[in-house]
Design a protein around this ligand. Structure first.
Ligand code: GZL
Length: 307
């Protein structure tokens, strides 16, 4: 019988090894670094040959990487779209080349769902709602106003759009909550610190910081302390991801709540890649498990955090 994958039913090299082309967003945050490590380790464990590219958070670099993978005739392409729009052309090129695509972490905005086989990642709207729910409970007994500044993730990215929408949906029910400023910190510590410095200069009465990821929150905390205020007390801090440094900051009382966003998608991705390479049907949406952690849970959770 022909070597597996060469009889046209699935894909794979003559020795049956699958080659996966993975176009990563960049290395902008602790979350991203953990996500990359998970993909690389899981590919190794699964015996899948990994071609990996880092796009330095630029969509044109991701598109270039996908085109290279198509030329190299990889068996499967996976990527985390840095922004939601502008993917139809290159995804159609992959489809025309007969190379199946799996989305991880972030989603794309397309009218043609046949352009990818599955989307594996978190529900960012739910994460934004969880952040809002913590805030409404925290201020349930207060009349307000509660002035909020928001550090948004990368402009146009699914996590930034959805975390903003989920949070706004929950707090819109009570007009004591006011988002007095909202700007992108591009998911990085440096930008988070810079934008928070600007927020602190233009708003004297900030009660809460809602940061779309821990790296921006940790940068903002430096700005809050430099302004002589106590993060976690004078300005409550809500963050998303759940990297170790955020648990340390929570333990120090500087972050009040962290909504977990699980980057360890590697094993689930390789499982999907094997199925897709074999021409099997896969679910179009695979969600990851994640929770919400408050300050009292930080010390106990810290030792078991894997990223
Ligand atoms: C979310 C992921 C986001 C993280 C950030 O799944 O896309 O990108 O929240 C990372 O830390 O930069």
């Amino acid at each position: 019988a022909p070597a597996s994958g060469t009889d046209g039913s699935g894909r794979g090299d003559s020795d049956g090894k699958i080659t996966l082309g993975f176009a990563q967003v960049g290395a902008e945050s602790g979350w991203r670094t953990a996500n990359t490590k998970s993909v690389q380790e899981s590919a190794e464990k699964a015996g899948i040959t990994l071609k990996f590219s880092d796009a330095q958070q630029k969509q044109e670099n991701q598109i270039k990487a996908i085109r290279t993978f198509i030329q190299q005739k990889v068996d499967v392409i996976a990527f985390s779209p840095v922004v939601e729009s502008g993917w139809d052309t290159v995804l159609r090129e992959a489809k025309d080349a007969g190379i199946p695509v799996v989305l991880t972490d972030r989603a794309v905005d397309t009218k043609d769902p046949s352009l990818y086989k599955s989307f594996l990642g978190s529900d960012f709207v739910k994460e934004g709602r969880s952040a809002g729910e913590w805030l409404t409970a925290e201020y349930a007994k207060e009349n307000g106003p509660v002035n909020i500044v928001e550090l948004q993730g990368t402009t146009g990215s699914a996590p930034a759009n959805d975390r903003k929408a989920g949070f706004a949906e929950v707090i819109k029910g009570d007009d004591k909550f006011k988002i007095v400023a909202s700007q992108s910190g591009d998911f990085t510590r440096a930008k988070g610190k810079e934008v928070m410095q600007a927020f602190l200069k233009s708003h004297k009465d900030i009660d809460v910081l809602y940061a779309h990821n821990d790296d921006m929150a940790l940068g903002a905390i430096q700005a809050i302390e430099a302004a002589g205020k106590k993060p976690g007390e004078d300005i409550k801090v809500i963050s998303i991801d759940g990297i170790k440094d955020a648990f340390v900051a929570m333990n120090q009382g500087k972050i009040n709540v962290v909504v977990e966003c699980n980057p360890l998608l590697g094993d689930q991705l390789m499982d999907l890649v094997k199925k897709v390479a074999a021409g099997e049907n896969v679910p179009t949406r695979v969600e990851v498990e994640e929770g919400v952690f408050t300050q009292d849970q930080a010390a106990e959770a810290l030792p078991s955090r894997k990223y």
